[in-house]
Structure formats: C-alpha cells, structure tokens
Ligand binder design. Structure first.
Ligand SMILES: Nc1ncnc2c1ncn2[C@@H]1O[C@H](COP(=O)(O)OP(=O)(O)OP(=O)(O)O)[C@@H](O)[C@H]1O
Ligand SMILES: [Mg+2]
Length: 337
C-alpha cells in the first residue's frame, strides 16, 4: 500500500545534523508534497531515497525494497529530477536525452519514440537541438523533467521542480504532474512554496530541522489545527522586554491561544484565537495598552499557520534565518549513472 517508507532517518554532514529522525510514508499513486524552509532537509531526504546518499541510520524502502541493500533495483523504479543540475553544456538537449535512454538500456527505437513524445509534451521542439549551454532556467527544468520521465518510472521524485520558473512554465509542469498521477505514477516533490503544495498535493509533510512536524492531507492539517488567525501590524518594539510584555498581555486575553512576535516583513504579532468573538476583547486590551496598531486582520488558518503553530515561526522567518548560511550545492545526475 505504501510505495515509500522512511523510518527514523538520521544524516549528518560533519557537525551539521541535516536529518534528525525523519519518518514518512507515501501511499501508492499519491502526489505527496514535502514542505519546508531552506536547510530543513528536503534535498537530503530525497537524495537518500534515490540512492545518491547513504543515511547514517534509519530505514528506507521503495516498493518494499531496501534502498541501502538493493540500490540497483530501486533506481530502475524511480526518476529523479534534482534541484540544481550540472548539465553538459556541449551536448544538445536531444543528445542528452538519447544518452540518458542508453544509460537506462532502452532499446533505441523505443527510446526515440519516447523522446519524441516528451519533446511534444513538454514543448521542447524549438530548442531541443541547440546546445544545453544556451538554455534558460525554464528550458533546463523541462529537459530535466524529460530525462527523469524517459524510462517511465513508477515513482517520480522532484526536488523543487518549479523554483524560479515563470507562471506559464510552472502551470505547464503542474498540469503534467496531474496527468502523470492520473496514469498511476506516484510523485514525491519538495517545495517551499505553500501554494504549490496546496494546489498539487493529496498528502503532505511539513519538515523542519530534519524531522516531520506535521503530516496529512493539506485540508485536514488545517482543520486539525483549528483556531482563527489574527495578525496585528505594530510599530517595532524597543527591546526584548517590551516585546515579551506585549506578548504576555495579549496571551492573557480570554480566547487567545497563542501569540508569536514576527519580525519578518516589518513587525507583526500573530495570534491564534478561538473565534471572532475574541476580537472585541482584544481591541479593548489593545486600547488600554496604548500599543500602536497599524492594521488588524482576521482569517481562517492557512498552511503557513500550520507551520507557525508547529514551530513558533513563520515559513518566511525560517527562510530568512536560513538564507544567511546557505550553501551552494550542485547536484549531479552523474552519481545515478
Ligand atoms: N554537502 C553538504 N555538506 C555540508 N552540509 C550540507 C551539505 N548538504 C546539505 N547540508 C546541510 O544540511 C542541511 C539540510 O540541507 P538540505 O539541502 O537537505 O535542505 P533543503 O531543505 O533541501 O534546503 P533548500 O530549500 O535550501 O534546498 C542544511 O543545514 C545544509 O546546510
Ligand atoms: Mg533542497
């Protein structure tokens, strides 16, 4: 029933603990989304799954096969589209696909039929005989996707498939993923776009600091979480003391469940409250406190709220704090060969 089973994965790079007991199960035929900020361990998870990286501890199974013990059989079942790919600049896209087909031992007539289909499907005709060195980001992404799909894998693994693409290319890729799913392909994709996971995924996991902090269907996650959101835009606090004082004051209002001070994108306070009946009490308390409020908004929970609830920070905040120590990582399909 599960095509992928990851259990208690642990992986460190030197002193950096990238995965810290990550477990998840992906049902057969599902489009599964991994959502997490920069550095949360998405790529590490996918590379382990695709046999490109060995875990320090834990179990990885694809279609019941142990990935560590039987990497060859697992590779045949899956197509991997990496986050950043170093593609050969001298070859043309077409030559690269032919080479890829040969590496999968596809008979050449079958290979060529399949390549022609993908060129048509991914709208690559105009540039596929040009050298890859001249391709734009969107072209390279489509070529990658084609090469991951060439051998018609049961499982397609995509690491941030639409990052940096324009809206048109993004929706073309979404469309293709829907079609593949309807034909029975299981798809696992990582993303740090909330709207992407929300639009595509049947099931999802939110990862933070190398572990799964919430999982389920996007709608269920939102329901489970419950509670309405209130966001207050305020002037910047003078120090930690003031910030803590205000936080406590609001947290004591009847019906307020949680208050988080959010420093990203100006200053705001994110509250989780029982329902809209809390609003008048909240306004009273704000008037009394003389805190300057520029705007107050009230909404039902979003996936970002699920993330905030689970980690105490917004996805945006997590991205900002990670962007300071970001590595430039080059993925290579070389290792698959
Ligand atoms: N080759 C490496 N050497 C050292 N540290 C690494 C290496 N690859 C990843 N890391 C570290 O492991 C952690 C998880 O990285 P990973 O690439 O899995 O995250 P990610 O969720 O894919 O992030 P992003 O959204 O930026 O792609 C990060 O702290 C990262 O800096
Ligand atoms: Mg990554």
């Amino acid at each position: 029933m599960y095509l992928i089973e990851l259990q208690e994965l642990v992986k460190s790079y030197g002193t950096v603990k990238a995965l810290n007991g990550l477990s998840l199960k992906v049902p057969n035929g599902c489009l599964y989304g991994l959502l997490g900020p920069n550095g949360s361990g998405k790529t590490t998870t996918l590379r382990i799954l695709c046999t490109l990286l060995a875990p320090d501890a834990g179990q990885v199974k694809v279609a019941g096969l142990d990935v560590v013990k039987d990497p060859r059989s697992v590779r045949r079942q899956l197509g991997y589209v990496a986050q950043e790919v170093a593609i050969d600049k001298i070859l043309t896209g077409l030559e690269l696909l032919q080479l890829q087909g040969d590496l999968y031992h596809l008979p050449s007539n079958e290979r060529d039929i399949r390549i022609a289909e993908l060129i048509e499907r991914l709208d690559m005709k105009a540039w596929i005989t040009r050298r890859c060195g001249s391709y734009s980001g969107g072209m390279r992404r489509r070529l990658d996707l084609a090469s991951g799909l060439l051998h018609q894998p049961k499982l397609l693994v995509l690491d941030e498939p639409t990052v940096g693409l324009d809206i048109e290319s993004r929706s073309a890729i979404w469309q293709l993923l829907f079609e593949l799913k309807s034909q029975g392909t299981t798809i696992l994709l990582s993303s740090h776009y909330l709207e992407e996971v929300e639009a595509l995924a049947d099931q999802m996991a939110i990862i933070d600091e190398g572990r799964v902090i919430a999982q389920g269907a996007p709608d269920d996650l939102k329901k489970q979480l419950g509670g309405d959101r209130v966001t207050l835009r305020v002037r910047e606090f003078s120090d930690e003391n003031e910030s803590e004082q205000v936080r406590k004051l609001l947290a004591n209002v009847d019906g307020v469940r949680q208050v988080v001070v959010n420093r990203a994108q100006g200053f705001s306070l994110n509250l989780v409250v029982d329902d809209e009946n809390v609003l008048p009490r909240l306004r009273e308390e704000l008037d009394r406190s003389k805190l300057q409020v520029f705007a107050l908004s009230h909404s039902r929970p979003s996936l970002d709220d699920v993330y905030l609830q689970a980690t105490g920070r917004t996805l945006m905040d997590a991205e900002l704090s990670a962007s300071g120590n970001r590595d430039v990582k080059l993925e290579s399909k070389q290792a698959m060969r």
